[in-house]
Design a protein around this ligand. Structure first.
Ligand code: BTN
Length: 332
């Protein structure tokens, strides 16, 4: 179910008002810029009010934003993205899974990069076919679709690279440092704040369709988790003890992921990756149990190798590498 998209005039009004950081913008200046009457500007404002905006209006000075919608709002996201980015952005009220929607749109031939965001998912998926709790309560469900045409073996570091970029964006935006728990979890206070799910279709020995899905617990309140997640999950708002501007955050995240993707596709990311991995690696030096299919391995995490495999030193001092698996911190 799509959310109403802003008209070009709505978008110009939002850009002007957001760009002036709290200053008043005169109605006649807006009217002049848009080539419409002041009454028509007022009608746009009325429509935006119905979407959750509140404007302060002073006859001699104009308008300024007093309150903006807290929920996902395509106009607010677009207004915070660079102008003319030409991004194919789909904002939905509800969908089965943003990864599935992105894959369907790729299959239908839609242009990339394509971004699908939704306020809720009815069949959100995590790794290993697990469900991803996707209530409509201020969290973010977002998927990016690309057609990278790179060799499949290049993909082993893709999710890790994206993960450290998401960590860096969160750290810059929130002034709080998350950890990345290999291979795909974002952690705060020992609890999971986000997860990533990358799905690819391979054709003729190259990655043809790539979907990178990201579930980030942004603004859900502390008491809102189902019992099974209550002591394992956390939202950024819980950690920071104040809510985040979801739309500004989403726009910043989209910008960061698209840049990171470009560096990955051009293969210019490796030096930065090594630095960022050092900064956000949650497991290094920790004693863990790694579940690989049905085998358990215990050891101390040394880091990752060039292919993104986890390096584990066992009790006898031998190093083992794992390309996949589920890690749990060992209780000692
Ligand atoms: C995990 O930790 O197991 C990965 C979770 C990934 C969840 C996101 S939410 C947006 C996108 N759509 C999905 O169905 N899954 C991913």
């Amino acid at each position: 179910m799509p959310i109403a998209e802003p008209t070009p005039a709505d978008l110009t009004i939002l850009r002007e008002l957001l760009g002036r950081s709290g200053e008043f913008v005169s109605g006649s200046a807006l009217a002049g810029q848009l080539g419409i009457s002041r009454v028509a500007v007022w009608q746009h404002m009325r429509k935006l009010r119905a979407q959750g905006f509140r404007f302060e209006a002073i006859r001699s000075r104009g308008y300024r934003i007093a309150e903006r919608p807290a929920r996902l709002h395509p106009g607010l996201i677009r207004a915070s993205l660079p102008e003319g980015s030409g991004l194919n952005l789909i904002c939905l009220d509800r969908v089965d899974s943003t990864n599935d929607e992105a894959a369907r749109r790729l299959a239908a031939g839609e242009p990339t990069p394509l971004v699908v965001a939704s306020r809720a998912q009815t069949a959100g998926r995590g790794r290993l076919g697990r469900p991803w709790h996707s209530a409509d309560n201020g969290n973010l469900y977002l998927s990016f679709a690309f057609r990278p045409h790179v060799a499949p073996e290049r993909m082993s570091t893709f999710t890790l690279w994206m993960g450290v970029n998401v960590c860096e964006l969160v750290a810059n935006f929130c002034r709080a440092t998350p950890g990345l728990k290999w291979p795909n979890d974002l952690y705060f206070d020992g609890r999971k704040a986000g997860g990533m799910l990358t799905e690819a279709r391979i054709d003729a020995d190259e990655i043809r369709d790539l979907v990178f899905g990201l579930g980030l617990n942004i603004n859900s309140p502390a008491g809102a988790w189902p019992a099974a997640l209550a002591d394992r999950a956390i939202s950024l708002a819980e950690h920071l003890k104040s809510p985040l501007d979801l739309n500004r955050f989403t726009a910043a995240l989209i910008g960061r992921v698209l840049l990171a993707y470009r560096a990955f596709a051009d293969d210019t990311y490796r030096a930065t990756f090594a630095d960022l991995w050092q900064r956000y690696d949650f497991l290094r030096g920790k004693h863990v149990t790694l579940l690989e299919h049905d085998r358990r391995h215990a050891g101390t995490v040394l880091g990752i190798d060039d292919e993104g495999a986890l390096l584990l030193r066992d009790a006898a001092g031998r190093t083992h590498r794992f390309r996949a698996g589920e890690t749990t911190l060992a209780k000692r």
